[in-house]
Design a protein around this ligand. Structure first.
Ligand code: FAD
Length: 818
């Protein structure tokens, strides 16, 4: 009877044992497991500590008794294999209770000892309250500490997926959490632009983030665990979870002369055989081939371990029958992974940009921002995908996904395409299951592939967020083709705004002798304009992939040393940043802004206010308000009609409302609907614009009639709105003079005189003002009061509120109320 010994009884070892028994009823199978449990869900441990998984027993997939009863496998827990005598084909197994050792003979040996958490030589690492997480006892210790000590503050060292899962679970148990990461981003499998979305989400959840700073020591001071960082910053907390990576747990194998790689992982061939043909190895303990990088890599993930187990069992049994047989080959591991980070999911497969650069592999990258399902079906949530591919063949070499819903299925589609050596065209052609609650007829994965195809076909050239500065340095014309409203909320400095629907009519404003970099919100409108320009004779033109959204996210402060939301500049971080949530839904302008100001006055510097509002003008107002006050707007998220702004309190902007180098402008409040006053407003505004002033006309109350379009818009109104509609002038052509109108006679005379004197009529003046870049802002609050809908106003009008006016007025040296 063949005797097969297995070292390690969890993911890889237990799966191998089970498969072996299914294939061979007669072999003697013995599993040695150092710990007290076999086949448990180590991936579930963070959620057990966080009490998301409430029953401890649920962690145990199998028990030694079940292994015996179901599979006739002899499991010896509490037994460590300390040496292998390969010449005699025996292992030395130590009973950890008695300390006694005994030799065990094998025909074939399987090594699945996994990997252990890295414990760098940091002074104070052994202090009570500093934990690592690998096994059930580790999780028990962490949980007991939380249960009994009820930590107010926790420090996570390491921003990998275990660290972030622990951050979420400790946060869930009431601790204020700070994550310290030595690199300048969390989740090293992602590229920085994708990781930046995780950073923003962590901060939005109130997790302090210290990036690019390493822990130098731990110390217990005044009852607290203080982590001292390389930068001099100190973080005080009540517990620490160290999660800075893993290292293969292979000392006994190395010492027995089995070949290991630089990472300490056991080297195996395609059949998962070690340098000793009687010994197989798998899981976190081995290096496997990366089909993308073409070299052996360490991929410590459960998926590859359990799939390798099946192969090891088959090949091992084959080798017992025919030692010369090749066996089935393992196709390598792509490192397909996913992590839940609070509401967000972040996933990757294949290589990232850094790995490709290091390996000297050429690649192109495209980013798209889509939705989890059809936008018109409720709760469509943002989803960002990135593909890295070989520019010559289009073959996929890496993929990443970040979003709130449907990230898992997208990364699985991408990973499977990658595994099969598929191209961006294959992505474009994937036939997916579609109904509005699940996807769109063109899934984001299809769109990602189509964007990649367009690049390969030369229809589009993409520029990446980190290349923008280079384009600017070579004199590129940055063309932002979003709407004026979006542009006003922020753009790349130096960009010029021509909304995409005006580009065809304004081609003469785009230089032909400079490179043109087009940008829009997410990349789609930019592509449309890029196509217009290419077909109109421009050749040196490109589109910013991922648009302003990616650029803004990747270039925003990611919280580094001294800049952490949790880190006051004095150098001591006290856990996480304060986050105050304010519900201002239902309030009309300026209500939300006033509520925001009230909260910002209360909170300390560095704290964040998350304010939700339903006033549609709020998105613009909050951006303006932040620019004026110097506070930091992390972003405005729109979900199901609710706008949620995240604003961080910053020291007061000493330069006041006018940005350095900005010229003073002119602002006019147009309150009246008198024809003569409206004419005066536009004549003055056009004059101000002509003299180089940034000019804003803010229309409120009766002045709104000046902006009405001639054609009647089909809008539903309540009875008050209809009443106002009947009483107020229908459009500028119906405005009356403030004096001598005589039931319209005076107005007719005035128009005649203007024509005779060559003075433009009001509608021509409005058109000229728009052409000259005069901002026309309609007051949201009075529009609501008077039942005026956006569709009733002429094109190009921004909807704003008091903050929009205040921002414009703050930067003006001419302010008139007409
Ligand atoms: P393990 O499952 O670690 O099993 C190795 C076993 O061998 C250990 O129990 C060890 O005690 C035993 N052993 C070691 N040396 C000896 C010896 N000399 N004698 C006897 N016994 C020995 N992966 C994912 O893909 N997704 C996840 O969400 C995920 N979450 C995770 C969360 C946590 C907290 C942890 C720790 C890991 C997570 N992983 C996850 C990684 C995943 O658990 C591992 O990749 C997988 O368990 C590897 O299987 P393995 O058999 O190689 O090692």
């Amino acid at each position: 009877m063949n005797r097969i010994l297995i070292v390690g009884g969890v993911a890889g070892g237990a799966s191998t044992a089970a498969r072996l028994r299914r294939l061979d009823e007669h072999a003697e199978i013995v599993v040695f497991e150092r710990g007290g449990h076999v086949s448990y869900a180590n991936c579930g441990l963070p959620y057990y500590a966080g009490e998301v998984i409430q029953e401890r027993d649920r962690l145990f997939v199998m028990t030694p008794e079940k292994f015996k009863g179901w599979l006739a496998v002899d499991v010896r827990t509490g037994t460590e294999v300390v040496a292998i005598d390969r010449a005699r084909k025996v292992v030395v197994a130590k009973d950890l209770d008695t300390g006694r050792t005994r030799e065990e003979r094998y025909d074939r040996l399987v090594l699945s000892p996994g990997a252990e958490p890295l414990r760098p030589p940091i002074p104070g690492l052994g202090l009570e309250g500093v934990f690592t997480l690998r096994s059930v006892p580790d999780a028990d210790r962490i949980k007991a500490w939380i249960d009994t000590r009820k930590p107010e503050r926790a420090t996570i060292v390491g921003g990998g997926f275990i660290g972030l899962e622990m951050a979420e679970n400790l946060h869930g148990r009431g601790a204020a959490v700070t994550v310290v990461e030595a690199l300048d981003q969390v989740m090293g499998v992602l590229d920085p632009d994708m990781a930046s979305m995780v950073h923003a989400h962590l901060r939005a959840k109130g997790v302090g983030l210290v990036l690019g700073d390493a822990v130098r020591s731990f110390e217990r001071r005044d009852g607290r665990l203080v982590a001292a960082l390389a930068s001099g910053t100190e973080i005080a907390g009540d517990m620490v979870v160290l999660s800075v990576g893993v290292r293969p747990d292979t000392a006994f194998a190395r010492e027995s002369g089995i070949a290991c790689g630089a990472s300490g992982a056991i080297l195996v061939d395609a059949a998962m055989r070690t340098s000793d043909p009687d010994i197989f190895a798998l899981g976190d303990a081995v290096e496997v081939r990366s089909p993308v990088l073409g070299k052996d890599v360490h991929v410590p993930l459960a998926g590859p371990a359990t799939k390798q187990a099946r192969l090891v069992a088959e090949n091992l049994l084959l080798s017992l029958k025919d030692p010369a047989a090749e066996g089935r080959s393992y196709g390598g591991a792509l490192g397909t992974s996913i992590a839940k980070v609070f509401d967000l999911a972040a996933a990757a497969a294949g290589a990232n940009e850094k790995a490709l650069r290091n390996a000297g592999i050429p690649y192109e990258a495209v980013v798209i921002h889509g939705s989890s399902h059809a936008g018109y079906y409720p709760r469509a949530l943002p989803l960002t995908l990135k593909a890295l591919f070989d520019p010559a063949s289009g073959r996929l070499v890496g993929a990443q996904a970040v979003g709130f819903d449907g990230v898992d299925k997208r990364i699985d589609l991408l990973a499977e395409t990658l595994r099969r050596g598929g191209t961006v065209s294959d992505l474009a052609g994937i036939e997916h299951a579609y109904a509005p609650p699940f996807s769109s007829s063109k899934d984001p994965v299809n769109i990602l592939g189509m964007v990649g195809e367009n690049v390969r076909a030369g229809l589009s050239r993409v520029v990446h967020w980190h290349e923008v500065a280079g384009w600017q340095a070579r004199g590129a014309f940055l063309l932002d083709v979003r709407t004026r409203e979006e542009f006003a909320l922020g753009s790349i400095p130096g960009a010029r705004n021509i909304p995409n629907d005006e580009v065809r009519a304004r081609l003469q404003e785009i230089p032909r002798d400079r490179p043109v970099l087009v940008l829009c919100g997410v990349g789609l409108r930019g592509y449309l304009v890029e196509r217009i320009l290419r077909q109109s004779g421009w050749t040196d033109v490109a589109n910013l992939t991922g648009g302003y959204k990616t650029w803004a996210s990747a270039t925003a402060g990611q919280a580094g040393p001294g800049e952490s939301l949790a880190a006051p500049s004095q150098g001591t971080v006290e856990g996480t940043a304060d986050v105050v949530r304010v519900d201002a839904c239902g309030l009309q302008c300026p209500g939300p802004i006033m509520r925001l100001k009230m909260e910002m006055d209360r909170v300390p510097e560095g704290a964040q206010v998350l304010l939700s509002a339903t006033d549609p003008g709020f998105a613009q107002d909050v951006a303006s308000w932040c620019r004026v006050t110097g506070n930091l707007l992390h972003g405005v998220e729109a979900s199901q009609g609710v706008l949620t702004a995240t604003v961080e309190k910053r020291p007061r902007n000493p330069s006041g409302p006018v940005a350095p180098g900005e010229s003073k402008g002119a602002t006019f409040i147009v309150f009246s609907d008198d024809l003569d006053r409206a004419l005066a407003s536009f004549i003055l505004a056009n004059g101000a614009a002509a003299s180089g002033k940034a000019t804003t006309l803010f229309f409120t109350f009766w002045g709104l009639s000046v902006l009405k379009r001639r054609e009647k818009a089909a809008v539903r109104k309540d009875w008050m709105g209809r009443l106002f509609g009947w009483m107020l002038p229908a459009h500028p052509g119906r405005l009356a003079l403030s004096k001598m109108d005589f039931l319209g006679l005076g107005r007719g005379m005035m128009k005649g005189r203007m024509k005779a004197k060559g003075v433009d009529d009001l509608e021509t003046l409005i058109a000229s003002a728009r052409k000259a870049g005069v901002r026309l802002v309609a007051c949201q609050m009075t529009m609501d009061l008077m039942g005026i809908a956006r569709e009733e106003l002429v094109d190009g009008v921004e909807i704003g509120g008091v903050a929009t006016y205040m921002e414009a007025a703050g930067g003006s040296d001419v302010n008139l109320f007409i």
